[in-house]
Design a protein around this ligand. Structure first.
Ligand code: NI
Length: 131
């Protein structure tokens, strides 16, 4: 599957945007609040590579626990897929657990995203996309 972006959990998104910019990243789209997932997001781009900064909007988010345990850290790779329901089914048959079922994501013009977990992989995200 083609890599779409790397997801990166951060405690203070504004401060992290500044820090990534110092290393040559540029903002790719706008700062975005995803009420459904209780997170704030900013996509950054550097030489064709997309990094998605993710910060929790409240302390009861799973991202909050991750930040307490690991500090700012990359935590998922997102892959594009043309048919998310098919891909979820296929990965479940191969030992992945669905941790967040396919739902529209405001960051991606309401294209659907899902999160899955495998013990030998960690967390992956799937993004339904024609590309
Ligand atoms: Ni992501």
């Amino acid at each position: 599957m083609k890599i779409h972006h790397l997801g990166y959990a951060v405690s203070n998104i504004e401060d992290s945007i500044s820090e990534f910019k110092r290393l040559g990243y540029k903002e790719f789209g706008k700062l975005c609040v995803d009420e459904l997932r209780n997170i704030k997001l900013q996509m950054l781009e550097n030489d064709g590579v997309l990094i998605e900064l993710v910060t929790p909007l409240s302390e009861n988010s799973p991202i909050s626990n991750l930040l307490i345990k690991s500090g700012n850290t990359p935590y998922h790779i997102c892959y594009s897929t043309r048919n998310i329901d098919f891909r979820v089914k296929e990965l479940r048959e191969n030992g992945y657990t669905l941790i967040d079922s396919p739902k529209p994501a405001i960051l991606f013009n309401n294209n659907k995203v899902a999160f899955m977990y495998h013990k030998n992989m960690g967390i992956i995200e799937l993004l339904e996309s024609n590309q």
